[in-house]
Design a protein around this ligand. Structure first.
Ligand SMILES: NC(=O)c1ccc[n+]([C@@H]2O[C@H](COP(=O)([O-])OP(=O)(O)OC[C@H]3O[C@@H](n4cnc5c(N)ncnc54)[C@H](O)[C@@H]3O)[C@@H](O)[C@H]2O)c1
Length: 273
């Protein structure tokens, strides 16, 4: 059901790789809610070609940009304003990648060049996007900028490795830039901390399936799906959340506030017996 929450709004959506991507679901919902937007991803993701299908469905233009390249981001933002016919109202940063995780490097044996890559792609890119946007005065008053985070920023999850450090940095950037952008232009900046979700990025984490089931059993409402995350993003892009900024918003079915659940207790008892 559409509420027209983003009617007349213009956006840029980073990170739709395939139909499992959270950004993919956000794009479909943003379209449904009346927004126009451009889609963007790294050159390597373009080769996969899936994003073209989404672009057709959303009648959106695709503009390639490596989110670590200031030059690419400048081009993306300038072109998006041209294509969409005005300044931007919302941006979704839905980007994460760790070469150390991809190559099974443990936290005590990190390759530091790859570590810097993890931080650059998964966290600094968020700062770069906002710095370029600010310099170009590209965002409308009360515009909303969002990035997706994960609870490993606050609490240890084995296997999440240097991505945990990237997420902690990402959330800190949201607060620091949120303060600056709020003062300058009334622009809101937040992160949404999402439940474990079966996507390409998610599946890359060792033991992800087990953790997904564990989180499902702990959370009173169960894990939040990618579609539900997209719903939350839409509300955060809408005018209904104009004074929400500098927050890390938990979207996890109650996981982060729960120590243990009856379901887990019962499972331990049945193992003991
Ligand atoms: N899947 C989960 O369990 C989960 C949970 C919480 C938060 N998140 C976060 O949600 C976000 C989206 O991930 P997803 O789960 O939809 O997986 P995904 O793999 O579909 O999306 C990750 C995206 O990052 C893009 N990317 C990588 N390097 C890039 C670069 N240099 N420039 C531009 N884009 C680049 C990829 O092409 C891809 O589209 C990530 O920040 C992820 O950490 C995921």
């Amino acid at each position: 059901m559409s509420y027209g929450l983003l009617k007349g709004k213009r956006g840029i959506i980073f990170g739709a790789l395939d139909e499992n991507s959270i950004a993919w679901k956000v794009a479909l919902k943003a379209k449904e809610e009346g927004a126009t937007f451009t889609l963007t991803n790294a050159p390597i993701a373009m080769r996969l070609g899936e994003i073209k299908k989404l672009a057709e469905e959303c009648q959106a233009e695709v503009i390639t940009a490596d989110a670590t390249s200031t030059e690419d981001l400048e081009n993306l933002i300038t072109k998006s304003i041209e294509v969409l016919g005005g300044k931007i109202d919302f941006i979704l940063h839905s980007i994460g990648m760790s070469p150390n995780i991809r190559k099974d490097k443990e936290y005590g044996d990190l390759n530091y060049e790859w570590y810097l890559k993890t931080l650059d792609v998964s966290a600094l890119s968020f700062h770069k996007i906002m710095q370029v946007a600010e310099k170009k005065d590209a965002i409308n008053e009360y515009g909303s900028i969002l990035a997706l985070s994960y609870i490993a920023a606050q609490r240890v999850m084995p296997g999440y490795s240097d991505m945990a450090d990237a997420k902690a940095t990402l959330e800190s950037i949201a607060r620091s830039y949120g303060y600056r952008y709020g003062k300058l232009k009334n622009v809101r900046v937040n992160t949404i901390s999402q439940s474990p979700t079966l996507t390409t990025a998610g599946k890359g984490i060792d033991g992800f399936d087990v953790f997904l089931n564990f989180a499902e059993d702990i959370s009173p409402l169960g894990n939040a799906s990618a579609e539900e995350c997209a719903d939350y993003c839409i509300v955060m892009f809408s005018d209904l959340t104009k004074k929400v900024t500098m927050q890390n918003l938990m979207h996890d079915g109650g996981f982060s506030s729960t120590t243990i659940s009856e379901t887990i207790i019962d499972k331990f008892y049945s193992v003991k017996k």
